[in-house]
Write a protein that binds this ligand. Structure first.
Ligand SMILES: [Zn+2]
Length: 276
């Protein structure tokens, strides 16, 4: 059994076949949390989860790139592909609180910091402040509903660490799609945070040291589908059952069995999300 702790089956890419995708996900013994990136996709994640008695849960939050309305082209990146329009949304605490109280919501996010998508002419200090203030609202929400955080962070690990050191998140969180070095990972782990690993780990040997140095107890798996499809399906639309390739890579690099990796990381996820 595996746990995809960060998927986006709530996104438009799956509008025609979300039911089928979830059916094969559960059939393969994979549990999934669908993660919201703005209000509409957060609400959709909750609605999807409500259709399933077990195996499908939701995260609600406002992604930092949706704070400003603009067109994002992800083609320049190895990590993501496609172009989309961001929302330009202001975090409405009460609206998110209503969603967050739902028992199907097991984590708040994705929220955090993204300094990667700043453009020429941006007022960077102001945008950073806006991201930080919104993230602090997310921390407050997580603490108010007693749930952990699903953190998005790109090119901003130092600032994230500073915020997490001075703002206690009672149930802690996961640094999703972690692409930093093992020393940075250790700093988050020392604070009680988990490291989220996905298909990026299969693209290169650059993360082998990270995989080796981070204890299995501190790792959770994810796909971040539809993005970041692991090898050997890179280039196709990603989906939760492909989380097994991430597990295989970690088992191979650590030199342990796939069974051990699956068992421990799934246990980590169940405990982290407080799923009984
Ligand atoms: Zn995501």
């Amino acid at each position: 059994m595996l746990f995809d702790t960060h998927a986006h089956l709530n996104f438009a890419t799956y509008k025609d076949d979300v039911g089928e995708v979830i059916k094969r996900t559960l059939k393969e013994g994979v549990f999934v949390v669908n993660v919201g990136s703005q209000y509409t996709t957060s609400k959709r994640a909750v609605e999807i989860a409500q259709n399933y008695e077990n195996g499908v849960w939701a995260a609600v939050g406002l992604h930092p790139i949706h704070l400003v309305k603009r067109k994002i082209n992800l083609d320049d990146s190895e990590l993501l592909e496609s172009e989309f329009q961001t929302a330009g949304e202001v975090f409405d605490y009460q609206k998110y609180l209503e969603l967050a109280k739902d028992p199907k919501v097991v984590v708040i996010g994705e929220m955090g910091l993204d300094y990667h998508h700043f453009e020429e002419g941006d007022n960077i200090p102001e945008l950073k402040k806006q991201q930080k203030d919104t993230f602090l609202e997310g921390i407050k929400l997580a603490n108010d509903v007693g749930k952990p955080l699903m953190i998005h962070c790109w090119d901003a690990y130092d600032d994230l660490l500073e915020i997490l050191k001075s703002n206690l998140v009672e149930k802690r969180g996961v640094v999703h799609s972690f692409i930093g070095g093992y020393k940075t990972a250790r700093k988050f782990i020392e604070l009680g945070y988990k490291i989220g690993m996905n298909g990026v780990m299969t693209y290169t040997t650059d993360f082998n040291r990270l995989i080796k140095e981070v204890a299995l107890e501190d790792i959770v798996f994810e796909t971040d589908c539809p993005y970041l499809t692991p090898v050997p399906h890179k280039g196709e639309r990603n989906e939760p059952i492909y989380v097994k390739y991430v597990a295989e890579k970690v088992a191979e690099v650590k030199g342990i069995s796939c069974e051990e990796v699956e068992k421990q990381t799934t246990e980590n996820a169940l405990k982290f999300f407080n799923i009984k």
